[in-house]
Design a protein around this ligand. Structure first.
Ligand SMILES: [Ca+2]
Ligand SMILES: [Ca+2]
Length: 125
């Protein structure tokens, strides 16, 4: 009984050793989580009108670019420290873009697809 249990423990340890390095090389859980958070921020800001459709579309392109960067970094089976740093930097930049676009003067509060400010100007004429 003890011997069987010891073998099972050894097998578990061995498989952990075999699996862990592969996981560490290609997985980017921190970056993936940041991407998910930013996706949520874009969706939320779009539904409140802080982001116009155009702003949201541009930011979505930024998200796609980051996904492609990740694909490129993982393609060879290893995400190096440098690649990881580049991904984190890209996410930092994207985060600033989202904040800036969500707090600028371009809004679409009534969700008609038009920039509110531009509409106000048009109404004045
Ligand atoms: Ca790589
Ligand atoms: Ca905006």
């Amino acid at each position: 009984m003890n011997r069987i249990r010891a073998t099972a423990v050894a097998a578990t340890l061995l498989s952990a050793f075999l699996v862990a390095p592969t996981w560490a090389q290609t997985e980017t859980p921190r970056f993936d989580q940041r991407q998910a958070n930013q996706e949520q921020r874009i969706d939320r800001a779009t539904s409140t009108g802080s982001l116009t459709e155009r702003e949201a579309a541009r930011l979505e392109k930024g998200q796609d670019r980051l996904d492609k960067m990740e694909d490129k970094a993982t393609a060879d089976g290893t995400v190096t420290k440098k690649e990881r740093a580049r991904l984190e930097h890209g996410a930092d930049v994207q985060s600033r873009h989202i904040a800036r676009q969500a707090h600028d003067g371009q809004r679409d509060r009534n969700q008609d697809g038009k920039n509110d400010r531009r509409q106000v100007r048009k109404n004045k004429q």
